[in-house]
Design a protein around this ligand. Sequence first.
Ligand code: 5GP
Ligand code: ZN
Length: 133
Amino acid sequence: MEECIFCKIASGEIKGLRIYENNETLAFMDIAKDVDGHILVIPKKHYKNILDCDSETLSAVMNTIKRVSNHLTENCGYDGINLLNANDESAGQSVNHFHIHIIPRKSNDGIDAWPKFEGAKEELQTVFDKVKM
Ligand code: 5GP
Ligand code: ZN
């Protein structure tokens, strides 16, 4: 994936503020400067998102998320974390390399990390009948 910015960060071709890495994954600072401590966790191999990511890689990503999250709460003065993740442009994904956002949280920090939904349009039972596996 020559033109993928996160592939370039993973390989070191482009500088990133690398918090933690292992063979399969990398955690680095998001450049958005929208909230303190905004971190991204990615697989080093290119996948678009969770929909095409194999389960072994997904597991490695989640293990790194847990490792970084435990570090944030045990050593860095944070109380909790939010995980945010968009899969596909329809869901708001803007960088097409699988990534999960970590937003570190402190009690009463005033951050509202939950989306403001506008209310369901379909009946609960109708949607249930459609999505049940
Ligand atoms: P998405 O909208 O796809 O869930 O999130 C993409 C994230 O990537 C955004 O939060 C954006 O700030 C971040 N981002 C985009 N380009 C770069 C970059 O070059 N370096 C870093 N560190 N983060 C980036
Ligand atoms: Zn990539």
